[in-house]
Design a protein around this ligand. Sequence first.
Ligand SMILES: C[S@@+](CC[C@H](N)C(=O)[O-])C[C@H]1O[C@@H](n2cnc3c(N)ncnc32)[C@H](O)[C@@H]1O
Length: 238
Amino acid sequence: MNFPKATTFPQFIMRERSMGPNPLKLCEELLGCADIPAGSVVLDLGSGAGLTSALMAREFGLTVYAADLWSDPSDNMRFFEACGLTNRQVIPLKADATALPFAHGFFDVVVSVDSYNYFGREPSYLGKHLLPLVRHGGELLFAIPGMEHDCHDDLPACLLASWTPEQLDFMHDMDWWRANFAQTEGAEVVDMREMSCTREAWDDWIGCDNEYAAGDRAAVEAGALDYLNTISVRIRRR
Ligand SMILES: C[S@@+](CC[C@H](N)C(=O)[O-])C[C@H]1O[C@@H](n2cnc3c(N)ncnc32)[C@H](O)[C@@H]1O
């Protein structure tokens, strides 16, 4: 696939700041399905070390709140500055997705790449904690690491080569996520599909010289990507 925006970031930044399958490519493909006007106010939820926030601010012209639980917002701010971004373009903060400090209707769009499955598996999460923060008519775009078909009752050996059954419980198939979102009144799923760049994004990640990437390598080399996908979800708040 072609990634004119994601590839504006040098390889070493990707290596240093990635926390999983290439988030820049996932984010560019995810936003390619939507038409978000420049200047829109976006919550990047579970933004990690800020790669997707920097991409959206610099390459898409969006105003981005980069909210994450584990990362240090000061470190992220230094990274944003190094990308040529100001605190008018991207706002780093430490926040828990289950206690977000924003007014109802504040955001035009929520984007979440490789994170929603950490905090959004409980079906009540969306309606209770996230949807109210988006204006009516606004959108939520998620790239969720998933499974082709849920196989938790009979996990293939290739998946168990890197991950425990508890870790794999964070991954589900499209039917599972559709049923999850269907429980939220006011959330209209306008699109859900498998993302095209999954294998490429994983190859980039596995190629990173980083201990977490090295830990995932055994599963991928044993054929895990025959069972895994990335699910893109586009939800509109009615
Ligand atoms: C695999 S990392 C992905 C980070 C980033 N989106 C990327 O693709 O590089 C998952 C992220 O989810 C965040 N996360 C997990 N639970 C969270 C919560 N309850 N609230 C906010 N962020 C959370 C973590 O801080 C972590 O940065």
